[in-house]
Design a protein around this ligand. Structure first.
Ligand code: NOJ
Ligand code: NOJ
Length: 472
């Protein structure tokens, strides 16, 4: 059948990756937007998933919503039609107002800004739960800070000062509320992004650091200099805290320190890699301060390869005898949550697998930009595991742009990213939808259907890929 005759919605397994990405992008956007401001919710509420039972994910989770809003901000940036721009603009501003509203309801209920989930009418979920979760306010601050910068560049300073950042104390604005909370709270332990462990988390702290640094840049731009200095000072303390996560004997960054809940974790956890993608979009890259753990940091590279190996051997669907591209990645090896119950056995997750695709694209992009790849004893295993033939990697060496080995390595990173994307594609439902997990034995989707974060991850990762190809 010729391409033009083919109904757009039919998944053809033989389609090229490029064709499939175009098709899946359309579907991901539709599925994503269905979960944003649904009819029975306050405008601005974002469902983690439309699933109302087994499991009940019919809530606005602050972290999930922050990742979704990052994707909507990207859609706004890419939109050319005035109609589409207006639609995304409205979604963004609804989210701003809803966020301010739930900050207030959480404070009034006496639980504060670390409250992880809300009913879609804006009331906090008050039953027992792993709280607080301090990554939420940090992620929200990062994305709304990017939104504020964009609006400032469009000349809408008044709107920003009225609805996003007001430079007052006590503040009447959403970003400053999150920054004040983060600047005063980072020392305390909290629950992790998986909502299970109380401690100090690499994921949470790297995002808190980023929120404070970027928030300080916004404060400065809006004349709130004293606050800017305070936010930067607090962020500096986090540098030393974050460096404590490296374990030389294990050669990876552990996800948690000072754990206060049982059972103890190995600390090998995909959230460390996801953290290095956090907040950073292609567009803001040049704008803000220095990154403590950029994707090409030798310890991040070592952590990435340790995780690839671990999940590769953990899940039967990753067995090389099955000859499926890429590696399906899960949360952490000891995971027992199967999407319905927590006394079961964990699985790989589509959104995390797509996150690993993005990690490799971003890495390739960074190397193209910096025109050099540094090989160290710590990062060597990462490069040795890449699908690149006829290249010998020696520790202490630097590959520079112009050297054919440089190009082959960057190309291998792109192919490695594509393999993760192909893996997510392989297990997707025929209509391009994704649930929270993929069964570790069969690969079938399970757990919360139409998990919003999956579609956001897909849109963000493929946009990163598009940029990489433009850059090459
Ligand atoms: C238990 C899981 O382990 C946790 O990560 C999840 O957030 C909750 N259930 C919500 O369903
Ligand atoms: C479980 C995940 O572990 C957590 O990160 C997420 O926020 C919730 N599900 C809702 O999607």
């Amino acid at each position: 059948m010729a391409d033009t005759e083919r109904p757009r919605h039919v998944f053809m397994p033989e389609d090229s990756l490029e064709e499939w990405i175009l098709q899946e992008s359309e579907r991901a956007e539709i599925y994503l937007l269905r979960n944003v401001s649904p009819p029975d919710a306050l405008p601005g509420a974002i469902l983690a998933s439309p699933s109302r039972s087994n499991p009940d994910y019919y809530y606005h989770w602050v972290r999930d919503a922050g990742i979704v809003i990052k994707a909507i901000l990207q859609l706004y940036r890419l939109a050319r039609e005035p109609e589409a721009r207006r639609r995304y603009f409205d979604r963004m501003m609804e989210f701003v107002d809803f966020s301010w509203h739930i900050q207030r309801t959480a404070v009034q209920a006496g639980i504060g800004l670390g409250e992880p989930k809300f009913f879609v009418d804006g009331m906090p979920y008050m039953d027992p739960w792993g709280r607080p979760q301090d990554d939420g306010p940090a992620i929200r601050a990062i994305e709304l800070t990017h939104w504020a910068f964009l609006l400032l560049d469009e000349g809408r300073r008044e709107l920003v000062q009225e609805r996003l950042y007001d430079a007052r104390l006590p503040t009447g604005s959403v970003i400053k509320a999150d920054l004040e909370y983060t600047a005063h709270r980072w020392r305390a332990t909290c629950y992790d992004l998986w909502e299970e462990v109380l401690g100090h988390h690499f994921f949470t702290r790297l995002l808190q650091r980023k929120a404070l640094i970027e928030g300080a840049a916004l404060a400065t731009r809006l004349g709130d200099d004293e606050a800017a200095r305070f936010y930067v000072d607090q962020s500096r303390h986090l540098d030393g805290e974050l460096r404590r996560h490296w374990e030389p004997e294990r050669q990876y960054l552990v996800s948690v320190r000072d754990q206060e809940t049982d059972p103890p974790r190995s600390g090998l956890d995909s959230s460390v890699i996801l953290a290095t993608l956090g907040g950073y979009s292609i567009h803001d890259h040049e704008l803000y301060g220095e990154d403590l753990y950029p994707v090409e940091h030798e310890q991040v590279l070592a952590t990435a390869v340790a995780q690839k190996r671990t999940f590769q051997s953990l899940y039967p669907i990753n067995d090389p005898s099955r000859r499926i591209a890429g590696i399906a990645i899960g949360r952490y090896p000891e995971d027992r949550y199967d999407g319905y119950r927590t006394d079961s056995i964990g699985n790989p997750w589509p959104g995390i697998t797509i996150g690993f695709a993005m990690y490799h694209y971003k890495l390739a992009m960074q190397y193209r930009r910096s025109t050099r790849i540094a090989l160290t004893p710590t990062s060597l295993p990462f490069f040795q595991a890449l699908p690149v033939e006829d290249v010998r990697f020696d520790p202490g060496e630097e590959l520079l742009a112009g050297d054919p080995r440089f190009d082959r390595t960057v190309d291998a990173l792109r192919r490695e990213g594509d393999a993760f994307l192909e893996r997510a594609r392989y297990h997707m439902n025929p209509d391009g939808s994704m649930s929270e997990q993929m069964n570790r034995f069969t690969g079938f989707q399970q757990g919360a259907a139409h998990l919003s974060m999956n579609y956001a991850a897909f849109l963000l990762a493929t946009e990163m890929r598009r940029h990489l190809l433009l850059f090459s």
